[in-house]
Design a binder for this molecule. Structure first.
Ligand code: NAD
Length: 463
C-alpha cells in the first residue's frame, strides 16, 4: 500500500451554480475499502440466504422510502450536481423505479432445465458475492442505481464509490436503505478519489465484479486491472452520438427536438446527440429552424422550474469545454449567465470538418456540430466514422430507411424520430470504445450471477 493511499483526506463538495462549498466529506482510503468489503461479504451471505420473496419485499420497501424522500433527494442533486430541478425529480423517481423493477425480478430469476441423456440437467444462477459500483458525476443517482438495484436483487452486496464531486445523494441513499430495513453493510457508499478508493475497490480480491461508468480512459485502466484477477467487469463509457436527419423527415419536429438532445444536463450526457448529420438538400432549412430553438433555451438557476439548462459541473469541465470552441467559429449560440458558476452557452458549430477535434472527441458540454451528408450511404459512413458507438437517432418518414439505417449504425442504443436512450425496461450499453456489457432491461439481474450447471444422473451409482 502506498503512503498516499493510507493518508486521510477530505472532499469539498461545491454547488456548481454558485461555487460555494456546501459540504465536506471524508474520502475513503484502501483500509476503509478493505473493511467495507469484509463487512459486505458477511452481509451478502445473510442476504442470499433470505427467501426470495423476503428480499423482493425489502427492495420494494426501499423503493417506497426513496419515493417518500424524492423531493429531498432531488434538491440535493440540484445543489451538488447543478441539475435542473425537473431533471433531478425525474432522477430520484428513476431510482425508485429501478428498485421496483429489480424487486420484480427476484422471484423470477430462474435457471433452465436442459434435456440430456442419462439424467436431469439444471442451471443455477448464483450471486457473485460483493459487487463494486463506480459511478460518474453526470447522473449520480440513476447510474448508481443501474448497478446497485439489480445486483442487490440477484443476491449480492454492493459497495458504491460515487464521483469525487457528487457523493451526497449516494450517501443519503445508503441511509434510506437502512430505514427501509435492508441489512446493515449490504449496501455501503464510500466516497473518495478514483485513484485511491476506486482503485482499491477494483484491486480488492473480495470484490467479484466491477460495474464502471465513466470515461473511456479510466475504463481501459479498470479493465486491465480486472484482467489480472479475472474479475467480472461492465464498462459504460463515452460517446459521440449522431443525430441523422434525412430530407424526408418531419424537419420541424427534428429541429425542435435537436437542442435538448445535446443540451440536457448541459451536454454532460454520454448519449448526447452532438453530431447532427443533415441531408444536404434540407441543411439550410434545418439551420433556419434550429437557430431560434437554440436561442430560446433558458440557461440559469437550476432550482428555478423554468430553467432548461444549468451550469457545468466544475471549473475543470468548463475549461475543457472552452478548449473545443473558438470564439469566432461560425454557428449558433444561445445565452448563459455571467458571474459565479460554471456557465457555458448552448453552442452549435457549422462548417466543421468531421475529423476536427470538436467533431470527433467527446466534449461533454453543450456543444454540437452540424455536418451535411449526400445520401443514405454517406449518412451511415459519417455516423460510423467514430471510435464510439453508444447511441444515435434517425429522423425519417420512410420505415424501410429507418430499419436499414438502424441495422447499419454501429451503436448500442438507437431511436427513430425521437431521442430516447436510457429506459430501465430495455438493455443499455455501447459498441466499440463505448464499453462492454449491458445494463438495465429484462436481463439486468443475470449479469450479477454466475451460471452453475448441475447434472443429476438417473442411472444410479456406477457398479
Ligand atoms: P471518470 O472516468 O473520470 O470517473 C468516473 C468514476 O471513476 C469516478 O467515480 C472516479 O472517481 C472513478 N475513477 C477515476 N479514476 C479511477 C481509477 N483509476 N480507478 C477506479 N476508479 C476511478 O469520468 P467522469 O469524468 O466522472 O465522467 C464523465 C465520463 O463518463 C464521460 O466520458 C461520459 O461519457 C462517461 N459516461 C458514460 C456513461 C455510459 O453509460 N456509457 C454514462 C455517464 C457517463
Amino acid at each position: 500500500m502506498s503512503q498516499q493511499q493510507e493518508q486521510e483526506y477530505e472532499l469539498d463538495i461545491l454547488d456548481p451554480a454558485t461555487e460555494q462549498v456546501i459540504a465536506t466529506v471524508p474520502g475513503a482510503v484502501a483500509q476503509d475499502v478493505d473493511t467495507a468489503v469484509r463487512r459486505a461479504a458477511q452481509a451478502q451471505q445473510r442476504w442470499a440466504a433470505l427467501a426470495p420473496g423476503e428480499r423482493a419485499r425489502l427492495l420494494r420497501r426501499f423503493a417506497v422510502v426513496v419515493d417518500e424522500h424524492r423531493e429531498e433527494l432531488a434538491q440535493s442533486e440540484v445543489r451538488e450536481a447543478g441539475h435542473t430541478v425537473g431533471n433531478a425529480r425525474w432522477e430520484a423517481g428513476n431510482v425508485r423505479d429501478l428498485l421496483d423493477y429489480a424487486a420484480g425480478g427476484v422471484e423470477r430469476l430462474t435457471g433452465r432445465q436442459i434435456p440430456v441423456p442419462g439424467g436431469l440437467d439444471v442451471t443455477l444462477l448464483e450471486p457473485l458475492g460483493v459487487v463494486g459500483v463506480i459511478a460518474p458525476w453526470n447522473f449520480p443517482m440513476p447510474i448508481a442505481a443501474w448497478g446497485t438495484a439489480p445486483a442487490l436483487a440477484a443476491g449480492n452486496a454492493v459497495i458504491l464509490k460515487p464521483a469525487e464531486t457528487t457523493p451526497l445523494t449516494a450517501l443519503r441513499l445508503a441511509e434510506l436503505a437502512l430505514v427501509a430495513g435492508l441489512p446493515e453493510h449490504l449496501f455501503q457508499v464510500l466516497p473518495g478519489r478514483g485513484d485511491i478508493a476506486g482503485e482499491a475497490l477494483v484491486n480488492h480480491p473480495g470484490v467479484a465484479k466491477i460495474v464502471f461508468t465513466g470515461s473511456t480512459r479510466v475504463g481501459r485502466r479498470i479493465m486491465a486491472l480486472c484482467a489480472d484477477r479475472m474479475k467480472r467487469v461492465t464498462l459504460e463509457l463515452g460517446g459521440k452520438s449522431p443525430n441523422l436527419v434525412f430530407a424526408d423527415a418531419d424537419i420541424e419536429a427534428a429541429a425542435a427536438a435537436a437542442p435538448m438532445s445535446f443540451l440536457d444536463n448541459s451536454g454532460q450526457d454520454c448519449c448526447a446527440r452532438t453530431r447532427i448529420l443533415v441531408q444536404r438538400s434540407v441543411h439550410d432549412r434545418f439551420l433556419e429552424l434550429l437557430a431560434p430553438a437554440i436561442e430560446s433555451v433558458t440557461v440559469g438557476d437550476p432550482a428555478d422550474e423554468k430553467t432548461d439548462m444549468g451550469p457545468l459541473i466544475s471549473k475543470a469541465q468548463l475549461e475543457r469545454v472552452r478548449s473545443y470552441v473558438d470564439a469566432d467559429a461560425p454557428g449558433i449560440r444561445g445565452k448563459a449567465p455571467e458571474g459565479p458558476g460554471f456557465w457555458f452557452p448552448p453552442t452549435v458549430l457549422t462548417g466543421v470538418d468531421p475529423h476536427a477535434r470538436v467533431a470527433a472527441e467527446e466534449v461533454f458540454g453543450p456543444v454540437a456540430v452540424v455536418i451535411p451528408f449526400d445520401d443514405e450511404a454517406d449518412a451511415v459512413r459519417l455516423a460510423n466514422d467514430t471510435e464510439y458507438g453508444l447511441s444515435g437517432s434517425i429522423w425519417t418518414r420512410d420505415v424501410g430507411r429507418a430499419l436499414r439505417v438502424s441495422q447499419a449504425v454501429k451503436a448500442g442504443n438507437l431511436s427513430v424520430n425521437s431521442h430516447s436512450s436510457v429506459r430501465y425496461w430495455t438493455p443499455f450499453g455501447g459498441f466499440k470504445q463505448s464499453g462492454i456489457g449491458r445494463e438495465l432491461g429484462p436481463d439486468a439481474l443475470t449479469a450479477f450471477t454466475e451460471t452453475k450447471n448441475v447434472f443429476i444422473s438417473t442411472e444410479g451409482p456406477a457398479q
